[in-house]
Design a protein around this ligand. Sequence first.
Ligand code: ZN
Length: 352
Amino acid sequence: MGTLFRQIPKFYKLLLVTVCTLAVILFSSVYLRSGQQAIAQSDPAAAQTNQTLPAGTEPSPLNSGAYHFKVGTFKAATISDGILMFPSANVVPVTPPAEVEQALANDFLDPENFVGYTNILYLDTGSHKALIDTGAGKGFIPTLGRLSTNLAAAGISPDEIDSVLITHAHIDHVGGLLNEDDSLMFPNAQYYISQTEWDFWTDPNVSLPLFRMGDAEKQQTIAAAQKFLGAIGDRVSFFDAGSEVIPGITAVDVAGHTPGQSAYLIRSEAAELMVTADVFFSDPLNLEHPDWEVVFDSDPAKAVATRQQVLRQLTDSRQQVLAYHMPFPGLGHVSAAGDHYEWKSEPWQFEP
Ligand SMILES: [Zn+2]
């Protein structure tokens, strides 16, 4: 059963690589002339990514991009925004590439091509219909921007969403706040973000001195955050860590990846679900090696300390976890294994 589970994303990845290769040959000249390239270079994640699929050539996946489950009495679903693919050596740049490739190969993953998922939580609490994060939007890279399609397939209209909770302001989490015409994707929503995260990115003098990327990528990261946060400026509410944002959802400070990154603890009756954002995104890279510094972290050393603390807390509490970039649908538990940790994917449920 475990082997079968691993083969599903691998097959999907193989399909995408095949489509990418054909698409590059057919459309590279068009793509290079299009504005898409400029958008794709507006964020370091895009600059680092392996994928080159042109816009408008979305594959038609056979498997669902929505997975329904429950947290106590709350109806929940993971809604996918698509995938990111990176050269593995770019993801943990301080670690020797041979060690990175071996760690991935040990887990039967492509040693050269790291795949990150995008698991957005939809929650119907009875009093609110909420999303945690929004994906990247359609203008970033072609393998992302599937949120609206997958919401529709799950029978959820963007108009129904009354609350959007943001973990942090990287484009793969806030780019889906806007449609392609820059209108709000969730026109009836109130938006929530930590005061610290908002204050950091909207400071005109913001800088990223510890971010392991070049100056151009740093400026592009800041510009993207300011664009998408700016779009919700008159409809945003701020919170401090530890506060209940809407009934049943409490913010938890997990700074390091960004200065004000928030996890969210969902509670309904006796059930708990911890939504961990980008504290970790890979079993072989972050749980088996929680001390490996990650290229996407604003403060790599602080992010390592936060990761260690959160992984320990999840092990001790045995809480259910939804991890944004882990293999879809991102649900599982963390267990201790000597000096490191292991991800235990949750069994698929056909009936939520
Ligand atoms: Zn992310």
